[in-house]
Design a binder for this molecule. Sequence first.
Ligand code: PGA
Length: 262
Amino acid sequence: MRKPFVGGNWKMNTNFETARQLAISGAKSLHDHALDASVDVAVFPPFVYLLPVRDVIAASGASIKLGAQDAHFEPQGALTGEISIPMLRDCGVQVVLTGHSERRHILGETDEMVNAKTRAVLASGLECILCIGETLAQRQAGQTDAVNERQVRAGLANVEKDHLTAARLTIAYEPVWAIGTGNTASPADAQSAHARIRALIDSMYGPQAARAVRIQYGGSCNAANAAQLMSQPDVDGALVGGASLKAGEFVEIVRAAANPRA
Ligand code: PGA
């Protein structure tokens, strides 16, 4: 059985104090209800709030992974404004997002960059969540599965099987048209995309890797729709943006992942 995995991607939101308060109330509630034991939970604050959020998590006693929204693939050097994986490790980061659609489509990241980042994160010993998903135009053109396949194959080029069998690599299926729009994929559409992604992993890495890899759904996931999405057999959790900025709502999504058929 795959352990569900729910991430809260805060994007470029919060300030020093609201980031701390969000972490304090979320960690307390997750820990009080023992939800951090049945679900892997990670939060992805902006870089500059990683350290205060790390300290809040440590003080809470909750089991919550500290995540980074991005990382450069070079370990150091003349790359003004970038943050390296060793720097993130130094700050206690355990898991890094790669290929988020906002980085692909707004900031111009290519499949090659996403692959370099994914390989560098995994080689460093950290966990990686590789984000993929089609745009609205691609969906309307019937290209959903082809786009997902291209992004999985490109993102995982030269990634070793061990990272998948050890569940250190997670895939987040996030249809771009669903992110931040309030338009969620239907549970059936999410299941169908996830099942195809898992079959693709099977063809690339074999059945053991396909069984182990967790596939999160992302895109307007909230407390109201999480239970139905999480009840799908190939949906192993969620990557949550907007709804992760409200501690109570985020906790309800984690609860849905813990009790998918409730
Ligand atoms: P959303 O974002 O939940 O606000 O749609 C999801 C994401 O971008 O990870």
